[in-house]
Design a protein around this ligand. Structure first.
Ligand code: NAD
Length: 487
């Protein structure tokens, strides 16, 4: 276990109070100041890349390439985006008045920071999910309390150490701890709370925010299905679903949670999927350096419990568990029933893939709609008509057709050895410009790029008039007479 020091409840109180005082001095508002802090955050991650890989490997054996594409690259990319675009985003918006009478006035929208905001990160992408929202909050001019996840303890300890050396502690502060510390934080008045984690804790956060009428962004989860239509190319489909299931050992909010497969194609899917797993991870995935581990023994036990206590389905491959190594094999279970309370009750968040067979596409759509809207819906089909039918009849935070994970921020890197030097070559396979967020049970609000800026910004409506024309303006004052009003 890493040496992660929890913040005392007294220091939490002091941090929130002093951040409010320092925010009120206006120091976080200057654009040059914001850009400098974002550059510092960039440096913090770029200069300490190797230490971040090490910490992520200790926490969940995260493979280097997954750590780069899922944790490091999104933060660097977000910093660069704001360094390039902050002037434009922060600019006041001049509004063209609808009423000709107001054309003499100044009518505009200022982009003001919300104030002192709280960001609560999650453990599965402990760098990305803490620092990407942080970049947006700094860019928008806020003071920030950042609560790191105690579950990824090595990464939290490292970020805490680095943070004090790169960022201005008077306005950006890290808090560490578990439920007690988070509960204490939530009693304070913040001007916005940005939470990433489970829907259950999302409700606790929203309740606490309601006491102060504080706005929230909630990045939650859910059971994200992959629907395969009968015409799909099974090899491509199997590869891409495996990628969206076993990346970080299934511990990703946009993982494929379960598959809806035409009954006539289940055998094809199983064959293709099994071949993919062997190709990627070998005969025994436990020995593959490219396969991550569960973040804790508690998480191993939960997934092992799902496999053992399932109410339906047979294991086609996988099912092995090694508690000491925090290892769960890539596991495929077919003939699963939608009403299986164990496999289908909650988000799986691990490397177990249930397959449910359907006969008609409408049947699959009906099943999807029985669950609350998921964070993402995956559709594998060559027929636009079928894709449209699924999309028109369902809801979800986002959609990715014929692929998985690629609608989310990130970048894939290859490390090449050129003349004995290791060079990282980035390949932007993923899309940065889409909003990222859920709907209903999978989340409230969205972020990334300019949407992060908006999430942490108050659009302050300004009308500035001149001290003139009172003879005309006074028609609106009492006493109201028909003569006055019809002027
Ligand atoms: P969690 O919700 O248990 O923990 C996240 C944070 O909440 C931690 O800082 C923890 O200290 C705090 N916390 C936990 N219990 C609390 C309580 N009772 N009161 C106050 N604070 C509490 O995280 P988890 O459930 O392990 O994370 C997995 C979930 O997060 C999945 O549902 C996944 O889909 C979701 N997730 C969503 C995203 C996204 O971007 N939408 C990203 C990652 C994970």
């Amino acid at each position: 276990m890493a040496d992660l020091q929890y913040t005392s409840l007294d220091s939490i109180q002091d941090a929130v109070t002093s951040l409010r005082v320092n925010f009120d001095t206006g120091k976080t508002r200057g654009l040059d100041y914001r850009k400098f802090q974002i550059q510092q955050l960039y440096n913090m991650v770029a200069h300490n890349e190797e230490r971040i890989y090490e910490a992520l490997a200790k926490d969940m054996n995260k493979p280097r390439s997954e750590a780069m594409s899922g944790d490091i690259a999104p933060v660097l990319e977000e910093c660069l985006y704001f360094l390039d675009n902050l002037d434009r985003l922060a600019k006041e918006e001049k509004i063209k008045p609808r009423l000709a009478l107001n054309s003499r006035e100044i009518v505009k929208v200022r982009r003001d920071p919300l104030g002192v905001v709280l960001i609560i990160g999650c453990w599965n992408y402990p760098v990305q999910l803490s620092l990407v929202p942080l970049v947006g909050a700094i860019a928008a001019g806020n003071a920030v309390v950042l609560k790191l996840s105690e579950v990824a303890a090595h990464t939290a300890a490292l970020l805490t150490d680095l943070f004090t050396r790169y960022l201005d502690q008077t306005v950006y502060r890290i808090v560490n701890g578990a439920v007690e510390e988070t509960t204490s934080l939530l009693t304070h008045h913040f001007d916005h709370i940005f939470y990433t984690g489970s829907p259950a804790v999302g409700k606790i956060v929203m309740n606490a925010a309601a006491k102060h009428l504080t706005g929230v962004t909630l990045e939650l989860g859910g059971k994200s299905p992959a629907v395969i239509t009968p015409d799909a190319d099974m090899k491509i489909t199997a590869n891409r679903i495996a990628f969206g299931k076993f990346y970080n050992c299934g511990q990703i909010c946009i993982a494929v949670d379960y598959v809806l497969c035409p009954a006539s194609r289940v055998d094809d899917f199983v064959k293709a999927f099994s071949a993919t797993i062997k190709e990627w991870f070998g005969e025994n995935p436990k020995h593959s350096k490219d396969y991550a581990r569960m973040v804790s023994v508690r998480h191993v036990d939960r997934i092992a419990g799902l496999i053992e206590n399932r109410q339906s389905g047979g294991i086609v491959f996988g099912g092995d568990v090694d508690r000491d190594e925090r290892y769960i094999a890539p596991t495929l279970i077919t003939d699963v029933k939608f009403n299986d309370q164990v496999l289908m009750g909650d988000e799986i968040f691990g490397p177990v893939l249930p397959v449910i067979a359907y006969n008609e596409l409408d049947e699959a759509i009906t099943l999807i709609k029985k669950n609350p809207p998921p964070l993402v819906l995956y559709v594998f089909s060559k027929k636009q008509k079928l894709i449209d039918r699924v999309l028109e009849n369902t809801q979800s935070g986002g959609v990715c057709v014929n692929d998985t994970l690629m609608h989310q921020a990130g970048k894939f890197f290859w490390e090449l050895k050129i003349k004995k030097r290791l060079i990282s070559v980035g390949f932007p396979l993923l899309e940065y410009s889409l909003p990222f967020g859920g709907i209903g049970n999978s989340g409230v609000g969205n972020y990334h790029g300019h949407r992060s800026f908006n999430a942490f910004t108050h659009e302050r409506a300004i009308m500035q008039k001149k001290q003139q024309l009172e003879f005309l303006m006074k028609v609106r004052y009492p006493p109201y007479t028909s003569g006055n009003l019809s002027l």
